[in-house]
Design a binder for this molecule. Structure first.
Ligand SMILES: [Zn+2]
Length: 103
């Protein structure tokens, strides 16, 4: 009985990675976003009201300069804590505490 043999073979094969993770907290329908600190590079926008975490100076918009800032989403233990802003240069000076910024 070839049919039976094939069936039992399939049953014996463990489903690779078939474990359903996070089924308890089922708010994971959206695309999985790693809940770790990350940084992105953005142009400073007009009306920016944030201070650089490194030098404590305002991350200022200047139309002609098109300054760049680094915005970091800071996570701790899978929980979002806060957003931190840096001047792009200051972020480098601070040795990229939240990893290499993504453009
Ligand atoms: Zn700065």
């Amino acid at each position: 009985m070839a049919k039976t043999a094939a069936k039992s073979k399939a049953a014996a094969t463990p489903a690779k990675g078939g474990r359903i993770k996070g089924s308890k907290t089922d708010n994971s329908k959206a695309v999985k976003i790693k809940k770790v600190s990350r940084a992105v590079t953005r142009l400073v926008e007009p009306g920016s009201q944030v201070d650089c975490m490194h030098c404590d100076e305002r991350v200022k918009f200047q139309a002609k300069m098109r300054h760049q800032q680094v915005i970091c989403n800071v996570y701790e233990k899978n929980k979002w804590l806060r957003v931190e802003h840096f001047h792009a240069d200051c972020y480098k000076l601070a040795k990229q505490p939240f990893g290499k910024p993504i453009d």
